[in-house]
Design a protein around this ligand. Structure first.
Ligand code: C5P
Length: 239
């Protein structure tokens, strides 16, 4: 794996034209991109083909959440699309995640299947109202992370602030995929619990999902390279 694979660039654009422009602009060094619901649907899936043809790695961020058979069949499709990583909702349950892991790994052992625990848009209050839960967000998220691991999936999406604890609970090989990363020179936008790329790597993040600090940078390639330099420095310190 190249160090640049650790930066997953979030292609949060409504149109393929805008998304392709940034991919072209970033060139060879940027290897890995996230395609979410908006771009996937708007491009009718063609954005994934475009990226795969350009030898880019694709994290398909569609967050599957359905009964085990339906989710597993959709997952085979995601693996078939040559995505390097895709995700499901951990709240779909152990049976669902186990079925997904089994079916996908039979088909393609390389693809990383990860889970979303609790959406960060959900507050402690909303959690209690929606699920009548007496557990805190943190307790529930950690429990879902453990179930994800037991189900045979490869990792979870989490805040860089939680990555270290997740690794302690679920093991070093369990992957942490972390949004909420901001270099010191960048705007925070609507992200609240942010961490710099340097600290995020030291705190146990395997992949950093970064959008606007790169895609809205006046010179996206420079933004990308500055972040890459921070990551390289952290990896040297970590050795
Ligand atoms: O532009 P920015 O770096 O904030 O983009 C972060 C990406 O990570 C966006 O695509 C966002 O939807 C996604 N994400 C997030 N927080 C989560 C899960 C996903 O910011 N908890």
């Amino acid at each position: 794996m190249n160090i640049s694979d650790k930066i997953i660039i979030a292609l949060d654009f409504p149109t393929t034209e805008e998304a392709k422009k940034i991919v072209e602009e970033l060139g060879d060094e940027a290897t890995t991109y996230k395609v979410g619901l908006e771009l996937f649907l708007n491009s009718k899936g063609s954005m994934v083909d475009y990226l795969v043809k350009k030898n880019k790695k694709v994290f398909l961020d569609l967050k599957f959440h359905d009964i085990p058979n339906t989710t597993a069949m959709a997952s085979i499709f995601a693996a078939h699309e040559k995505c390097f990583m895709f995700n499901v909702h951990a709240s779909g349950g152990k049976k669902m995640m186990t079925e997904v892991a089994k079916k996908v790994k039979e088909f393609n052992k390389e693809v990383l299947v990860i889970a979303v625990t609790i959406l960060t848009s959900i507050s402690e209050t909303e959690l209690k109202e929606t699920f009548s839960s007496t557990f805190s967000l943190k307790e529930l998220a950690l429990n879902l992370a453990k179930i994800t691991k037991q189900s045979g999936l490869d990792g979870i999406v989490c805040s860089p602030w939680e990555a270290n604890d997740i690794k302690k609970e679920c093991g070093h090989n369990f992957k942490t995929i972390c949004p909420g990363v901001r270099p010191l020179w960048s705007l925070t936008n609507d992200q609240e619990r942010i961490m710099t790329p340097y600290n995020a790597i030291l705190n146990g993040c395997d992949f950093l999902v970064i959008g606007r600090p790169i895609t809205k940078h006046e010179n996206p390639k420079l933004g990308f390279n500055l972040i890459l330099d921070e990551i390289k420095l952290a990896l040297q310190v970590q050795k």
